[in-house]
Design a protein around this ligand. Structure first.
Ligand code: THU
Length: 135
């Protein structure tokens, strides 16, 4: 499938504006392309009990799974800084559903950084391959 990166960037930047981040003031948006061609978005949602905060990337994955999509083609993360890389927890959650995944990081200043899940999380922990297809 050809990846429409512009559409993913626009979706990530749009949802970033909906982020609920009154504590950090650090809004993040994520747009995840499913194998079906659908785009799933997520923003970070913070909480007064700080540890309950959920990142944009995990919200995008969970939204996709709730819609029945478990296979992914690309991810765009839009943040304030030039390089807002997914946190370790989000990398592990992505690895549950992706062997590898091209990831584009987009900063508010327009900086684009290409990376991939395997680059960010080599040797991810998994029980067995493709377990998400049966569960
Ligand atoms: N955050 C994300 O949503 N994604 C990332 O990749 C990094 C961090 C959020 C969590 C928290 O709401 C804020 O950014 C500051 O850490």
């Amino acid at each position: 499938m050809a990846i429409d990166w512009d559409a993913l960037i626009a979706a990530a930047q749009r949802v970033r504006k909906r982020a609920y981040a009154p504590y950090s003031r650090f809004q993040v948006g994520a747009a995840l392309l499913g194998k079906s061609g659908r785009i799933y978005v997520g923003c970070n949602v913070e909480n007064a009990s700080y540890g309950l905060t959920i990142c944009a990337e995990r919200n995008a994955v969970f939204s996709a799974v709730a819609e029945g999509e478990r296979e992914f083609v690309a991810l765009v993360v839009a943040g304030k800084d030039p390089q807002v890389f997914p946190c370790g927890a989000c990398r592990q959650v992505l690895a549950e559903f992706c062997d590898d995944l091209p990831i584009l990081i987009v900063g508010e200043d327009g900086t684009q950084t290409e990376t991939s899940l395997c680059e960010l999380l080599p040797h991810a922990f998994r029980f067995k391959e493709n377990i998400h297809k049966v569960g």
